[in-house]
Design a protein around this ligand. Structure first.
Ligand code: NZQ
Ligand code: ZN
Length: 381
């Protein structure tokens, strides 16, 4: 097992009715910036519950944070918050609202151009404290210190991270997910599944606990995912789905193991250039990537095949696991090939150029250069 430091200060308030308890968490704060997305919280009753928990506070509302949150939108919230002396940000929504709010929190006290936080990876030392009410289990943003921000003007999408933007608390009430459209539930299952794979499907380092945790989350998503798609109001299914997604990316399973993240990096470009949902990009890239870097991953792939998919212990199990993964994504209803999304090889050339220009070397072995990205995307055709 590799050396590691592990720090996660996010307080989780899990279960039905927990929204009302945010009033206790907010006791020290006066002026709250309430951030949300395109209005789902006003249709499913979450907004009323949050407002009732915020009684007595000065509330500054900022709605309209879009999926794949845009710098151009978020910067308006930064100006508003600076003018109104906001001392806390409450993000109510999915990964996009939470990520966007982390950017707002970091940008408010930032003295330079805030886009540099994202594009140049400038270290964020301080941020306005924030909390979240999660409405879409998927990204794990509610319990991690990362965020992914897009710039519409330049069609760019980059991640940034800092312990300063760990939420102070996150409310996970499974009942608020009952109103999710099927497409977003599918996205959540696939995104969380890919998060676990990015931290598990690398090479063995004798990290038995981390492997068993990762396999447990994968097996739970395989078991609960398709069921919760069919039964949107089943509390126990939604509770297990929700906690699986949070556990998939709160840092725990990344301790002491190599991590990959190449699929995410390539996927971000597909969203930036073609607007595909984040999870859809992962379902396209992952099976193709596993085929191209098979030799580097075959030991863990075999372990994954046997322990997660319960295949017999044989040499071909590793290869079979790749097909089974793609089939799982397809059974959930995601199209896993680029042409199915009307994307051709000509269309993806700018992605290869971008990786070449950036000189990125991705993956657990830093072996995924722009040439390998090209092979991966060709495999996804
Ligand atoms: O905007 P509203 O009206 O709220 O509607 C949203 C949005 O249209 C809707 N929705 C959310 N909760 C709902 C609901 N509709 C009905 N009922 C509810 N309870 O769902 C749509 C999608 O929301 P979004 O927040 O965009 O989805 P998701 O949570 O999948 O977040 C995706 C973003 O997170 C980033 C992605 O890149 C993408 O930008 N990621 C963030 C990560 C992180 N911070 O650690 C890691 C991930 O890998 C990912 O990259
Ligand atoms: Zn993701």
């Amino acid at each position: 097992m590799n050396n590691f430091e592990f720090y996660n200060p996010v307080k989780i308030l899990f279960g039905e009715g927990q929204i009302e308890n945010i009033s206790k968490e907010l006791a020290p704060y006066k002026t709250i910036l309430l951030t949300y997305g395109g209005g789902s919280i006003k249709r499913n009753g979450v907004y009323e519950k949050v407002m009732s928990a915020l009684k007595g506070k000065t509330i500054i509302e900022f709605g309209g944070i879009e999926p794949n949150p845009r710098y151009e939108t978020l910067i308006k919230a930064v100006e508003l918050a600076r003018q109104t002396n906001v001392d806390f940000i409450l993000a109510v929504g999915g990964g996009s609202v939470i990520d966007g709010s982390k950017f707002i929190a970091a940008a408010i006290p930032f003295n330079d151009e805030p886009w540099n936080i994202v594009s140049k990876g400038i270290k964020v030392e301080k941020a306005i404290p924030l909390g979240t009410v999660l409405t879409l289990p998927a990204t794990g943003s509610e319990m991690n210190a990362g965020a992914v921000i897009s710039r519409f003007e330049t069609k760019e999408k980059f991640a940034f991270g800092s312990p300063a933007v760990f939420p102070k608390f996150s409310v996970l009430d499974p009942t608020v997910t009952y109103s999710l459209p099927q497409r977003q539930v599918v996205n959540g299952i696939v995104d969380a599944f890919a998060h676990v794979l990015e931290q598990y499907l690398t090479y063995p380092v004798n990290a038995h606990i981390q492997d068993r945790f990762a396999e447990g989350i994968l097996k739970t998503l395989i078991e609960v995912g398709p069921k919760t798609l069919k039964n949107s109001n089943d509390y126990e299914l939604r509770a297990n789905f929700m906690w699986s997604c949070t556990m998939a990316l709160n840092g725990l399973i990344a301790t002491g193991v190599p991590t990959d993240w190449a699929t995410h990096m390539i996927g971000h470009e597909l969203t930036a250039l073609f607007g595909l949902d984040h999870a859809v990009t992962l379902a396209i890239v992952y099976p193709a990537l596993l085929k191209i870097v098979f030799e580097e991953k075959k030991e863990k792939l075999r372990q994954y095949a046997i322990r997660v998919w319960e295949f017999p212990d044989e040499e071909i199990a590793a290869l079979k696991a790749i097909d089974r993964t793609e089939q799982f994504f397809r059974e959930l209803g995601i199209k896993t090939r680029l042409p199915e999304h009307r994307i051709s090889f000509e269309d993806i050339k700018p992605i290869i150029d971008r990786f070449a220009k950036r000189g990125w070397k991705l993956g657990e072995n830093k072996s995924i250069t722009s040439d390998v990205v090209e092979q991966i995307l060709k495999k996804a055709l």
